[in-house]
Design a protein around this ligand. Structure first.
Ligand SMILES: Nc1ncnc2c1ncn2[C@@H]1O[C@H](COP(=O)(O)OP(=O)(O)O)[C@@H](O)[C@H]1O
Ligand SMILES: O=C(O)C1=C[C@@H](OP(=O)(O)O)[C@@H](O)[C@H](O)C1
Ligand SMILES: [Mg+2]
Length: 169
């Protein structure tokens, strides 16, 4: 396997979790863009948003994706907003195989409620916030080479399907 594999998708669709198991199944390194940013900055995502704002976070995200897209074979898991910049979408499409994970809004609510680490989902009316963000991002995930609904599916099942589709691609 020569190319990088990018996992994209809305928050809570399982990118980070699936990515870990996919990387180990494919025996390639895993880089989670958010975790790499946190390591480099020495502060959490909520701290970056609170101190410097979303626009600054997006700059860090594009810089990190640029580095990862130029690296060796790997599974690269992105944050849900990585698709906002056309520059990021182009870069991912050009430098790897892009898998989009999806889930129903009810499933996303179950997965992300009580998690304080997503600044865009804090402050109440979780389902309303998710629907509004999904509306604002409509169409932006559609450049993926493969889309997969993760609702009600086990990690092993999801990883198995991605590995199978990759070998057929
Ligand atoms: N297929 C799945 N079924 C049930 N729970 C899942 C599944 N995939 C991920 N999760 C859970 O959902 C939460 C969000 O997953 P995460 O990998 O952080 O999503 P993302 O990186 O897309 O925001 C985590 O608690 C994770 O354990
Ligand atoms: O969708 C977004 O704008 C974001 C998604 C998060 O990553 P996950 O999709 O892994 O939760 C993280 O990058 C940040 O909180 C912003
Ligand atoms: Mg994640």
């Amino acid at each position: 396997m020569g190319a990088r594999i990018f996992l994209i998708g809305f928050m809570g669709t399982g990118k980070t979790t699936v990515g870990e198991q996919l990387a180990s199944a494919l025996d390639v390194p895993l880089f989670d863009s958010d975790q790499e940013i946190v390591k480099r900055e020495g502060r959490s995502i909520p701290e970056i948003f609170a101190a410097d704002g979303e626009v600054h976070f997006r700059k860090l995200e594009t810089a990190m994706l640029t580095e990862l897209a130029a690296g060796g074979p790997a599974v690269i898991t992105t944050g849900g907003g990585a698709v906002l910049a056309a520059e990021n979408r182009d870069m991912m499409k050009k430098s790897g195989f892009v898998v989009c994970l999806t889930a129903t809004v009810e499933e996303i609510v179950r997965r992300v409620e009580n998690d304080p680490n997503r600044p865009l989902l804090q402050g109440g009316d979780l389902k309303g916030r998710i629907l509004a963000l999904q509306e604002a991002r409509a169409g932006l995930y559609e450049f993926a080479d493969l889309a997969l609904d993760t609702t009600g599916r086990s990690l092993a099942d999801i990883v198995g399907e991605i590995v199978m589709k990759l070998s057929a691609s």
